[in-house]
Design a protein around this ligand. Sequence first.
Ligand SMILES: [Mg+2]
Ligand SMILES: [Zn+2]
Length: 241
Amino acid sequence: MKAEKNIAFFDFDWSLIEQDSDFWTISKLSEAQWNQCETLKSMQWTDLMDRSICELQDNGVTLDQFENVLQKIPFTPAMIATLKLLKEHDTQVVILSDANTFYIETILKAYGVRDLVHDIITNPAYFDDKNRLRIRRRILATAPPHNCPNVCALNICKGQEIDTYIRNHGPFQKIIYVGDGKNDYCPATRLREQDRMFVRSGKALARYLERESHILAAIKAKITYWDSSEIVRRAVEDEKL
Ligand SMILES: [Mg+2]
Ligand SMILES: [Zn+2]
């Protein structure tokens, strides 16, 4: 009988890459546009990002300009090496992100690593009838809400995404999860004792886990805190994850 494979889930912003792709893209294209986003933070995030990229395009920003900015986002050699190691170890790689398909695909292609990622679960990008790049929520406002009790955004519950993915593609021997944000907490509660959670130091998830002991206690997997992607790379190499 064939042994079960391992699977690695990566959050994208500040986990796989060294930036927040929404902030990077909009602020590099127009600082004024980003400053406006800061004043509209009460809006649902995906809707706000969609509105902002529409306004940029209505003001003359082209798709080429989006691509040029995205292609320069920082992506460390150690994280790229991690993806290559996972491929060598026959570990499936899935990105689970609140960014969007266009940003993620463009960045992965720019760094020549698109073929190292099996699946991308995120908010879909599309082109509207005016040929503008647009983003829509993964869970639409008109769809039934996910009703997750954890700290998940309205448009995506990464815990439920993991459940569905494993139901359709699993079982997996070991699950690895790399994340930094509060919305990476819910999927971390899905991990088992044999799994591994990589939490980025100094970011929102690390701060959240410090808040109350029961929050941390809900994660059964071994947690590794990391600030440099080299720590993730070394763990994947040494432990054949
Ligand atoms: Mg993140
Ligand atoms: Zn959730």
